[in-house]
Design a binder for this molecule. Structure first.
Ligand SMILES: NC(=O)c1ccc[n+]([C@@H]2O[C@H](COP(=O)([O-])OP(=O)(O)OC[C@H]3O[C@@H](n4cnc5c(N)ncnc54)[C@H](O)[C@@H]3O)[C@@H](O)[C@H]2O)c1
Length: 392
């Protein structure tokens, strides 16, 4: 792993809690990457996530598109997002890193934080926007900002388009993998860890594609029905942190322990919550054929090697969950308009193309899909550097 351009640790003067910012690299003077809040968040974790953002930006490079890549970055705050001190801490963190957000770090929601909350805290911290650093790169800033604001106002069946874009890409990755293996959608069972932004949207798109979501886990535990859950009812019963109100469960839905989602009899597992969820200790309980990483870094490398040895394919985060970031930029730079159908079509086409490329490369090189993703990035980064210079 290359050394990041910038890596900082901030200590809050009120609570003593820490926050982190890692800028892996700048491209055109800007780096993109969300901000997460979770108890136990570390600088190492944020550095890994920042590197992943560089890769996501590179993977979506299309020389013919209006959006061309930025660098990768990530922020993290070590705090429970449901704690009373969480919001004031978020505001103080954003005040502390304000010069970076103003000049080169574009950020947004990630684990533990919603975009609404990031926007509110950013305004309170004196920022114009959490993505203002990219504005100088836009041809028509006013039109671009209007387009993105309009896109954020689009809702599809009660969920904002911004909260659906990423899950649309995750679901399309699942479908592309099933198609490559000639496995029909109907009868394919799925368990999802996390029913927040990513997990919730993924569960919706997979259900609508004809798969059966038999289990979802949130912070309170796993909800399970072998014949399939009523995903829309669960989505409607979430609080702002993605916790499902258990009174919405049907009588036949069962409540299982938090880690039960992992070992159920399903074809597809979608970890869509925390990093490091699958380790060498629990990987042996997995019965699925595919693990599709909606979350960032949910499978530890040593666990992935053991899973690969017994024929379980892990589709890597840098590809699978890259739809959200790309959707922001496609919309802002004007590759797509503020329209759900246009967004979903573009996301599906791009994600399917990427997953097909990834699987073909893995097959040709005899490697894992993750190694193939890294190989694709290694091919692309010099092309991007050639066009834009390393730090211009
Ligand atoms: N939101 C985005 O735009 C985005 C984009 C790409 C990747 N990601 C990644 O996806 C993952 C989820 O992000 P999100 O924004 O959907 O988060 P979120 O805060 O919206 O939702 C998190 C969900 O995970 C559940 N959860 C938290 N801890 C858990 C635990 N220990 N066990 C079981 N469930 C748990 C919560 O109850 C909630 O349902 C993160 O790894 C994040 O980095 C998010």
């Amino acid at each position: 792993m290359t050394t990041p351009l910038l890596s900082l640790t901030w200590t809050d003067h009120v609570t003593g809690r820490q926050g982190f910012l890692v800028v892996d690299r700048l491209v055109r003077g800007v780096a993109s990457g969300g901000l997460r809040m979770r108890p136990g968040c570390t600088l190492d974790e944020v550095a890994g996530l920042a590197r992943g953002m560089t890769m996501k930006e590179a993977l979506h490079y299309d020389p013919a598109a209006r959006y061309v890549p930025l660098g990768g970055a990530k922020g993290g705050i070590d705090c429970d997002p449901r704690a009373p001190e969480a919001y004031p801490l978020l505001v103080r963190y954003l005040r502390a890193v304000r010069p970076y957000v103003e000049s080169f770090w574009t950020t947004g929601e990630d684990l533990g934080l919603s975009q609404d909350l990031v926007d509110r805290a950013a305004a309170e911290a004196g920022l114009v926007s959490s993505i203002q650093a990219v504005y100088p790169l836009l041809d028509d800033e006013a039109a671009a900002r209007r387009r993105l604001a309009d896109a954020f106002a689009v809702e599809v069946d009660g969920i904002g388009l911004d909260e659906l874009a990423g899950g649309c890409g995750v679901a399309e990755s699942v479908l592309a993998a099933l198609d490559a293996a000639s496995v029909p959608y109907a009868g394919t069972r799925v368990a999802v860890q996390g029913l927040g932004t990513m997990g919730g949207a993924t569960a919706r798109f997979l259900t609508r594609a004809g798969l059966t979501v038999v289990a979802v886990a949130d912070i309170k535990g796993t909800v399970y029905h072998p014949a399939g859950l009523d995903v829309e009812a669960l989505l409607a019963a979430r609080d702002a942190h993605g916790t499902v109100d258990r009174s919405a469960l049907r009588p036949a839905d069962r409540e299982l322990p938090g880690d039960a989602w992992l070992s159920l009899d399903v074809e597809v597992l979608v970890p869509a919550a925390v990093s490091y969820a699958i380790d060498t200790g629990n990987q042996e309980r997995i019965r699925a054929r595919w693990i599709v990483e909606a979350a960032n870094m949910p499978v530890l490398p040593a666990a992935e090697a053991l899973l690969a040895a017994r024929g379980v394919t892990v589709l890597p985060d840098v590809v699978v969950n890259s739809g959200t970031n790309a959707w922001w930029w496609w919309t802002l730079f004007g590759d797509i308009g503020a329209d759900a159908d246009e967004a979903f079509t573009h996301i599906r086409r791009s994600m399917r193309g990427l997953v097909e490329q990834l699987l073909a490369r893995a097959e040709a090189d005899g490697t894992s899909p993750r190694a193939a993703a890294h190989a694709l990035v290694a091919d692309r980064l010099p092309v991007i550097a050639e066009r834009f210079g390393r730090y211009r």
